[in-house]
Design a protein around this ligand. Structure first.
Ligand code: AHM
Ligand code: MG
Length: 342
C-alpha cells in the first residue's frame, strides 16, 4: 500500500471542520484560488509555444518590467477571486492600490494578498517560478475593504501558501495547523496530498543568497556568509550554495532540505536600503509557512510576523529557514561570535 489518496479540496474541508464556527467561505476561497493555479499552470507549461514569453513593455509599481505571464497570472487570480463573495478586497504586488471587489458582486470577510508570478525574471529561461499568497480577515467596518485590511501584521494571517511551477506543480499551504503540500496530477487535474505535515530540519547544510550584493551588506551579514563557507566540523564541509532567484523555489527547497535563505538589506545600495522582498506579498506568507514547519523568519533583528506594516508595498530584509541557522544569523548581526551559535 502506498500513501492515502487525498485531494486538496478534501484536505481543506477537513481542516475547516476543526472550526465549528466555520461557514465554508474560507474553503470556497481556497478552491477558487486553486482554479486560478490550474489555469496559470496550463499557461506556464505552454509558454514557449505561444506568444506569451517576453515583456509587456509596461513597468509595475515596483519599477520592474512586467512580463506577459505576470500580467496573465495577475488577471487570472483577479478573475477567479472577485465574484465568489468571500473577499472584501485584494492587493497584488503588480497593482499600486488595493483591488476593490466590483460593485456588482457580493463582498465577504476575507482579504487576499498575492504576488501572482514571483521570480518572473526567470520565465523566459524556463526556470521555476511561483505564486505566493496570504489571507487575512477584514478589520475595517463598512462594505468595501480598505488599505487597513491589507496592511495587518503577519501574525493576523489566517492562511498562507504558494504554488510552485516546477518540474511538477505543487500547492503548499498552512491555516495554522502545520504545512501541507499537494502535487498536481495533470492527467486528472487534481492536486493530491504528497507532503503531509512538512517539517523544516532544525539545521541545514545549504545557504541561498544573491552573493553579488556582498559588498553592500552590513558586516554581520558578511561575516555570517564567510563563516558558512568555512568547514563545518559537523559535516566536514562548508555549507553548499543554491540560489534559483525565484523566492518560491528557494523557499520550497529551504523548507524541505533545511538551511537558510537570505535577502538582506543593501545598506549602501540606495535602491534596496530595506532589502528587495515585499513584506505583504512575500515575507509574511514565507514566514508563516516556515514558522508552521518549525523554522524561523526574521529581518535579523525582528520577527517578520511581528512587523507592523507602514505601507502596502513595503520592503523588508528576509532571513528565513531552519531554526538554528536563522538564529545563528541573528547572533552575527547583533555582534555575537560564531562559536556562540554552535
Ligand atoms: P519579483 O517578485 O519581481 O519576481 O522579484 C522577486 C524575486 C524573488 O523571487 C527572488 O528571491 C528575488 O527577486 C531575486 O532577486 P535578485 O535577482 O536580486 O537576486
Ligand atoms: Mg513578483
Amino acid at each position: 500500500m502506498t500513501a492515502k489518496l487525498v485531494t486538496v479540496q478534501r484536505h481543506i474541508m477537513e481542516q475547516q471542520e476543526k472550526y465549528p464556527e466555520a461557514t465554508g467561505a474560507f474553503t470556497h476561497l481556497l478552491q477558487d484560488l486553486l482554479l486560478a493555479a490550474k489555469i496559470i499552470t496550463r499557461e506556464v507549461r505552454r509558454a514557449g509555444l505561444q506568444n506569451i514569453l517576453g515583456l509587456t513593455g509596461q513597468t509595475n509599481i515596483q519599477g520592474e518590467q512586467v512580463a506577459k505571464l505576470d500580467e496573465f497570472a495577475n488577471d487570472t487570480i483577479r478573475r477567479a477571486m472577485d465574484h465568489g463573495g468571500h473577499l472584501c478586497c485584494m492587493a497584488s504586488e503588480e497593482n499600486v492600490d488595493v483591488i476593490p471587489i466590483p460593485e456588482r458582486y457580493p463582498k465577504g470577510r476575507y482579504v487576499l494578498l498575492f504576488d501572482p508570478l514571483d521570480g518572473s525574471s526567470n520565465i523566459d529561461a524556463n526556470v521555476t517560478i511561483g505564486t505566493i499568497f496570504s489571507v487575512y480577515r477584514r478589520v475595517s467596518k463598512g462594505t468595501d475593504g480598505t488599505v487597513e485590511d491589507c496592511t495587518q501584521p503577519g501574525t493576523k494571517q489566517v492562511a498562507a501558501g504558494y504554488i510552485l511551477y516546477g518540474s511538477s506543480t505543487m500547492f503548499v499551504y498552512t491555516t495554522g495547523n502545520g504545512v501541507h503540500g499537494f502535487t498536481l496530477d495533470p492527467t486528472i487535474g487534481e492536486f493530491l496530498l504528497s507532503h503531509e505535515n512538512i517539517r523544516c530540519p532544525r539545521k541545514g547544510k545549504i545557504y541561498s543568497v544573491n552573493e553579488s550584493n556582498y559588498t553592500h551588506w552590513d558586516d554581520g551579514t558578511r561575516r555570517f556568509i564567510d563563516y558558512l563557507k568555512e568547514t563545518n566540523p559537523e559535516t566536514d564541509r562548508p555549507y553548499s550554495l543554491r540560489y534559483v532567484g525565484s523566492l518560491v523555489a528557494d523557499l520550497h527547497r529551504t523548507l524541505v532540505y533545511g538551511g537558510v535563505f537570505l535577502y538582506p538589506a543593501d545598506r549602501r545600495n540606495p535602491r534596496k536600503p530595506k532589502g528587495k522582498l515585499r513584506l505583504m506579498y512575500e515575507a509574511n506568507p514565507a514566514a508563516m509557512i516556515m514558522e508552521q514547519a518549525g523554522g524561523r523568519a526574521s529581518t535579523g533583528t525582528e520577527r517578520i510576523l511581528a512587523i507592523v506594516p507602514e505601507e502596502l508595498h513595503q520592503r523588508v530584509p528576509l532571513i528565513v529557514g531552519s531554526q538554528d541557522d536563522v538564529e545563528l544569523y541573528e547572533k552575527f548581526v547583533s555582534g555575537g561570535k560564531a562559536e556562540e551559535g554552535r
